[in-house]
Unconditional design. Structure first.
Length: 349
């Protein structure tokens, strides 16, 4: 290339590490740089002319909003777009710009790992604050509840009319119900007794318990990694965690039924609570239900947050607390037709 001459635009696009697509108004692909071909797992020839949504299992981009912005002569940016290809979820930052020839240039960049870590830290801090608030309120509620219950007991002994005892009985029962709810809100206060054994023992107990609740149109599939090392954990607490998640999956499937997969794998070189572990156990609970509504996903682990009518919203909050006590983490991915919760527990060797 002569000194001072500009490189060819195609060479520039081909050398970028971000994924670049040129699409028309129907999102049919006219050009894909090598990074985009790698992301979409398709060659440029196969991509050409194919509408982008047809290449993906799930695409969270608000296409109508993007079209409105472009039609108004403005650029469009979405800093957190989820797309799923061949069962793999990617979180990307996407920008769109209309070109003079009418095509739309899409640039997709992987969400920076540091940003994802910062978001995880922020979410953890918010959850800790919410849990502390709930615990403070719970203690404030338990004190007058105890007084209310005690007064009802004294009143029941002093009432001359036996027919009125039914009312004091209701007061005592409802006070006990509220106290039990508060205790569940508080969650476990002490770490459990850890034993070192295969996590599959816990998984099998959960399978046996849930199997009695399964309707005929729901299939529970076990996919265990037999090479998964033993790890230190409290079996009762991990059983409660997995039971909560599997039951949530069962309820999410609804009367239409579906499939639940309980899967174990070994994760390598994982950072948990700021500590790097060479090995960790990964336990997945996957279902093919309708997915978690977008508006619930950021607060799903908060106490009293539930997407189900009549749900207490405590199951996942308690699960997160128990996993935190094991120095692990719990996360999820969800889109229509796929929800997967993953529990990570450190293997200390």
């Amino acid at each position: 290339m002569a000194s001072g001459a500009l490189p060819d635009a195609g060479q520039i696009l081909n050398s970028l590490i971000n994924s670049i697509l040129l699409v028309d108004d129907d999102l049919a692909v006219h050009y894909a740089n090598p990074a985009a071909q790698q992301l979409l797992a398709q060659s440029s020839r196969k991509l050409f002319g194919t509408p982008l949504p047809e290449l993906l299992s799930y695409f969270s981009l608000n296409i109508d909003l993007m079209r409105e912005s472009l039609h108004a002569g403005q650029g469009f940016t979405d800093n957190e777009v989820t797309l799923v290809i061949d069962g793999r979820s990617h979180i990307l930052s996407l920008t769109a710009q209309r070109l003079p020839d009418g095509l739309v240039l899409l640039e997709m960049a992987p969400m920076d790992n540091q940003r994802r870590l910062s978001q995880e830290q922020l979410q953890h801090a918010q959850q800790v604050a919410a849990r502390d608030l709930v615990r403070g309120l719970a203690h404030e509620i338990k004190n007058p509840l105890g007084g209310l219950r005690g007064a009802a007991q004294l009143l029941s002994k002093a009432l001359p009319d036996p027919s009125l005892l039914e009312y004091t009985k209701v007061i005592i029962e409802q006070a006990d119900r509220l106290r039990n709810l508060v205790d569940r809100l508080l969650g476990p206060q002490q770490p459990g007794m850890h034993v070192t054994e295969s996590i599959h023992k816990v998984a099998e107990r959960v399978v046996n318990l849930v199997s009695m609740e399964l309707p005929a149109n729901v299939t529970l599939i076990r996919d265990y990694d037999p090479s998964l090392p033993e790890l230190a954990h409290d079996p009762d607490q991990i059983e409660q965690v997995l039971l909560n998640i599997v039951r949530n999956a069962l309820q999410a499937l609804g009367p239409e039924g579906g499939e639940i997969i309980l899967r174990t794998r070994t994760a390598f070189q994982l950072t948990l609570h700021g500590v790097r572990y060479r090995l960790a156990a990964r336990i997945d609970v996957q279902d093919n239900g309708p997915g978690i509504p977008q508006h619930l996903q950021d607060t799903l682990f908060y106490p009293m947050v539930s997407g189900r009518e009549g749900g207490t919203g405590l199951g996942l909050s308690i699960a997160r607390s128990l996993i935190d006590q094991h120095s692990g983490k719990i996360e999820f991915t969800s889109w229509p037709g796929h929800t997967e919760f993953s529990v990570f527990l450190p293997i200390r060797k």
